[in-house]
Unconditional design. Structure first.
Length: 312
């Protein structure tokens, strides 16, 4: 790749990040400014478990037990209404100072109850919802594995906080970020097979996941078939047989890849076509929430920096 081309691509990446931050700050201020005019009428919807959720008014004391939901609340302008989160929620910056109540399965119910929340947000996979409801707490179970579901969850969170109009604005921002990410992908990366690992064992993103959909929109191909589910646990030999051209993993997993059975012989491992992501970039990539446009840029950078060289 020529120097001019590479600088141009980096400039687009920088513009994407800058645009995302600017949009977040401006939109949060805008939504916060009009929050006082939010309707006080009852809010009713059906969550992802199929359970009706009714709130007498927009909630003012929210507990979020999933990072993607925490981030959704914040970009929609209601970060100040959060009173606590799960241990993994760490973005945006104000969230770091909130009480941490545990994880998906070990959240402290007594502490949640003591905070007197008027809404608890969590994933349908959590086992806490029944107990929390039995204690009289309003609960909404929401999560996403596909891009269409990301949009739907954003819409439902916006409705729950009494700001339904904010979802469309944020979704448009995410689409704009995705368009910029597509511009950053070099031609030589079009159509290459990519393996994206999202957890040890290993767990991978498949074609049917939002990560797989992002790769497709960037012109690459996820090597894990949709039939295995969005985030299947794989036998390491599966990857050896699939022979990806590019491997995307967390930085902590990179050093051990050659020790996995058969992986030392993979061209991607031998030639260093491994995109090792920082913990911050892994957070962006692994959370199906309002930062999926930035996740697309993370993948675009991987394709830009580590795709095989074009044949001469």
């Amino acid at each position: 790749m020529g120097l001019t081309r590479r600088i141009g691509l980096r400039m687009r990446a920088t513009l994407a990040a800058s645009a995302a931050v600017t949009a977040f700050v401006a939109l949060t201020a805008l939504v916060a400014a009009c929050a006082t005019s939010a309707t006080a009428a009852p809010i009713t919807l059906v969550d992802d478990r199929g359970t009706p959720v009714t709130l007498p008014a927009p909630p003012q004391r929210i507990v979020s037990l999933l990072p993607s939901l925490t981030e959704s609340v914040c970009v929609l302008g209601a970060c100040a209404r959060l009173v606590a989160t799960d241990r993994w929620s760490n973005w945006p910056a104000p969230v770091a100072g909130l009480p941490k109540l545990g994880g998906l399965e070990d959240a402290n119910v007594e502490r949640i109850l003591a905070l007197r929340p008027d809404l608890v947000l969590l994933a349908p996979s959590s086992r806490l919802s029944g107990r929390l409801r039995s204690l009289g707490l309003p609960v909404a179970e929401l999560d996403a594995t596909e891009l269409g579901q990301v949009q739907r969850v954003l819409q439902k969170v916006a409705a729950l906080i009494g700001q339904p109009q904010a979802a469309a604005v944020q979704w448009q921002r995410m689409q704009d970020e995705l368009r910029l990410a597509r511009l950053a992908v070099p031609e030589r990366a079009r159509g290459i097979a990519v393996y994206v690992e999202v957890g040890s064992a290993p767990y991978a993103a498949s074609e049917s996941s939002y990560i797989g959909e992002l790769l497709a929109q960037l012109g690459a191909r996820n090597m894990v078939p949709a039939a295995l589910g969005p985030f299947p646990k794989l036998n390491p030999e599966f990857v050896v047989k699939a022979r990806p051209a590019l491997i995307v993993v967390s930085a902590g997993e990179r050093a051990g890849l050659a020790q996995r059975p058969g992986w030392a012989g993979l061209d991607a491992v031998r030639q260093g076509r491994i995109c090792a992501l920082s913990s911050a970039d892994m957070d962006v990539l692994s959370r199906p929430g309002p930062r999926v446009g930035q996740a697309a840029m993370v993948l675009a950078h991987c394709l830009q920096d580590h795709a095989p060289a074009a044949p001469r």
